[in-house]
Design a protein. Structure first.
Length: 99
């Protein structure tokens, strides 16, 4: 829970669930996230066994990230929360849900 509760972790997990695989894919998918913070969070998520890192032996070397079964299970729980945030992120007063 400590890793998941940290800023950016849920957004990174959701980006991976939506199909982002490469570092730059995730960085592009999560608005406002810095490369340095993405590196830190990916290592934490990997340590928590929520994300798997695979090095593809190509020239140049390619690194792919994907959710583990444990990560997929967690994303299932995060999706309703993400929906709630999207509904209520409507404007300055945030009192009227988005249609």
């Amino acid at each position: 829970m400590e890793v998941v509760g940290q800023r950016w972790s849920p957004s990174i997990l959701l980006a991976l669930a939506r199909g982002a695989e490469r570092f730059t894919d995730v960085l592009t998918a999560v608005n406002g996230l810095s490369a340095r913070m993405l590196t830190v969070r990916l290592k934490q998520l990997e340590t928590a066994r929520l994300v798997e890192r695979t090095v593809v032996p190509t020239t140049p070397v390619s690194v792919r990230y994907r959710l583990t079964p444990r990560g997929v299970d967690l994303v299932t729980a995060l999706r309703p929360i993400a929906g709630y945030v999207q509904r209520w992120e409507t404007g300055p007063d945030k009192t009227v849900p988005a249609p």
